[in-house]
Design a protein around this ligand. Sequence first.
Ligand code: NAP
Length: 454
Amino acid sequence: MTALHDVISPITEKKITAVPALNAEETVAAIAKSVKAWETWKKVAPGDRAKLLRNFASLVEKNIEVLAKLEVENAGHTIGNARWEANNVVNVLNYYAGSPERLFGRQIPVPGGVDITFREPIGVVGIIVPWNFPMPIAGWGFAPALAAGCTVVLKPAEVTPLTAMKLAQLGLEAGLPENVFQVLTGSGRIVGETIVQDPRVRKIVFTGSTEIGTQIMAKCAPNVKRVTLELGGKSANVIFADSDLEKAAASAPGAVFDNAGQDCCARSRILIEKKAFDKFMPLLEQSVKAFKCADPNLETTEMGPLITSAHRDKVASYVEESLVAFRGTAPSGAGFWFPPTVLHITDRKHKSLSEEIFGPIVSVVTFEDEADAIALANDSEFGLSGSIWTNNGAKALRVARGVESGNLSVNSHSSVRYWTPFGGFKKSGLGRELGPDALNAFTEEKNVFINTEI
Ligand code: NAP
């Protein structure tokens, strides 16, 4: 009999439900079903595949409120964020529903015949998802994979499986053939490892920590398994003295404390030009103290609790009281609460500037000039995201070109649009998701030469 795993709410610390914790044999059996389903799914006409994905999108859209409430309860996301996340799945499905009929090959001029290329689906794809954004990260993998003609086995994080399970159910209701999109719940060590090691799974899309991601990359190597990795971050919010400091300070809390800082794109290092420091800090204090950490079911809440008690302990270990510049507030009592916290760091080697804390802590550090700002921003093993605040357009472009990061924004903190590419430099990842090219990552390019002189 399949074992069960309790799912706990980070808001109440109470059990919500229990879900199956699959063992290795059950995972292998599910992969076998996925292999079989691929034989027919890859032959479904492009227009029909597109239609099924649009049906899927439309059912998700009808269930936005259901999905959003599940995510509030299971992950502690604010209701506003959770609605955005469910809607992101709708958008990503609709976007890639436009691609099966556009999965073009090329015709390349050659002597003696015709040379054409085909984009063929890779096969079974394993998608391994972390707990911080269960819905969008699942959708960024499964929507283009299904559109390309691949079948999917998706492993949600053990602590946040509920929305993925609901999405799989909606996919079936939308008409996806059985076993084309399966959600396999259970632990990373058992279900995740089995998916990664099984040679019949031709590609892994992994989002999670750099530590597990590098292990997965190594385990994919013996089978030359394709891999896309979306890993950690330690992104810089670079603020020049010539920027609109009021706007930079007002938006900085949202850029790092959104989702309680459990965001790979969190701008968790604020780099402020030294001559603007004294003016900037009181403005930042005002906006941090106004940032509302409360019950995530309330429409006005900007930040909920952390995901687990163990994670809260890890986050807390980064706080040295002597470095705290100021803090916001958080509820007390049940729930894994942690207040927004600002550290003022003068030692550039301090671990809060290099390690991904993944909680509501931001480190403020000063820089001297443009070259120093770029050097400081790049003084990280990560390179996922970041922001640049200045009113000098040429400087903004110079700094954007100088910072080694996959997703930058100028006078803004936006990182993610489903129709633009997303991914990391350095240890933040490998490959790109979203945008016009993501589908290619789920295909093999086949080249065929036809002799016309026979
Ligand atoms: P994690 O511990 O690496 O886990 C991620 C997923 O991998 C979970 O489903 C986990 O299962 C599974 N897993 C664990 N060990 C495994 C193994 N040996 N083989 C196969 N799968 C395994 O990461 P997390 O703590 O959930 O997520 C936080 C991290 O994700 C942060 O570093 C964050 O920056 C990163 N992230 C990156 C992006 C991006 O796009 N770059 C986006 C979001 C998050 P269990 O749940 O059972 O442990």
